[in-house]
Ligand binder design. Structure first.
Ligand SMILES: [Zn+2]
Length: 306
């Protein structure tokens, strides 16, 4: 069963680090406005402890290889690599307050992307409901302190998901979440529990995932990405302020221009997509598992096609 739709495209922008946000947010706002494209940003609502990711070298197979392949130290900057280890982590909703507010003032959407990105990425699937509720309390307070209004959405760091997290977000009355990978929006359904919050999954691989792929060598990354584009469907591309907001801004502009050539394509924020989808009656229910995607170390939540 699938949802009959026109061709919709949503840009989901993850703000993982302080340095990436500081440079990437203004660059991306400028680019999206130049092309009259809406976008949904998701910002970390706690400290930037990116340096602690260095410890994943020892705990996650393939992480070091990926860091070298994607030239992470040069992309993310030396300071970012030290936050939370040798340097204290900047509290992002305070240090980036001007930029976070600007996202809203310029007409874009801002949701949450975890409290401590590293802790969420590493532990969310193991956390109890109580722990997750505490995390939400801290994030929602930080959001309303920074923005002056209540938050309405969240996308989990690193596409992590759990039934306990789903139950917590269901109780918050958000119109959607964006935590997983799949080909179309759905309602998560696990062990007899059906979520009442629409999941709008990322449908494309991310740029850092395709960069080191064997079949990508010598190809134009925009052409390569376009093989994942689907007509008459909701397409969601996740980008990062650290990459497409800085060194890979040129890739993003070329991608936008390519997409704009498509007839009847409509660019929407994820919240507008959720309004559009929720009017439909045939939204599928899907279960998910933690699985591998090509080019990414560790596991992500992937819905199952059955
Ligand atoms: Zn992230």
């Amino acid at each position: 069963m699938s949802i009959e739709l026109q061709t919709i495209f949503g840009f989901k922008v993850d703000i993982d680090t302080y340095e990436g946000g500081k440079e990437g947010i203004p660059n991306l706002i400028r680019l999206f406005k130049k092309h009259d494209i809406p976008a949904s940003f998701f910002g970390v609502m706690g400290p930037d402890h990116s340096g602690r990711a260095a410890f994943r070298v020892f705990t996650h197979k393939g992480f070091l290889r990926k860091m070298i392949r994607t030239k992470a130290p040069s992309q993310y900057g030396l300071k970012t690599m030290l936050y939370g280890t040798l340097l204290p982590g900047p509290f992002m909703p305070v240090k980036l307050k001007k930029h976070y507010k600007n996202i809203i003032d310029e007409g874009f959407e801002l949701g949450m992307h975890g409290y401590d990105h590293i802790a969420w990425h590493n532990n969310l699937t193991r956390w109890s409901e109580e722990r997750i509720r505490n995390e939400y309390k801290k994030m929602m307070q930080a959001y309303s302190d920074a923005i002056g209004e209540d938050v309405k959405s969240l996308g989990t760091p690193g596409w992590q998901e759990s039934i306990r997290h789903i139950k917590v977000t269901d109780s918050l009355g958000f119109s959607y979440r964006s935590d997983t990978r799949f080909s179309q929006p759905y309602f998560p359904s696990i062990d007899g529990y059906v979520s009442n919050t629409l999941e709008i999954p990322t449908t494309f691989p991310s740029l850092d995932e395709i960069m080191g792929r064997e079949d990508m060598q010598e190809k134009n990354p925009v052409e390569y990405m376009m093989q994942y584009f689907e007509k008459d469907k909701v397409n969601i591309f996740t980008l990062h302020t650290e990459l497409e907001g800085r060194s890979y801004l040129g890739f993003l502009e070329e991608f936008i221009l390519k997409l704009k050539e498509i007839e009847n394509i409509e660019f929407l924020t994820l919240s507008d997509i959720s309004k559009r989808i929720c009017q439909k009656k045939d939204i599928p229910k899907k279960t998910f598992h933690m699985g591998e995607v090509k080019g990414r170390a560790g596991l992500v939540a992937i819905a199952e096609n059955k």
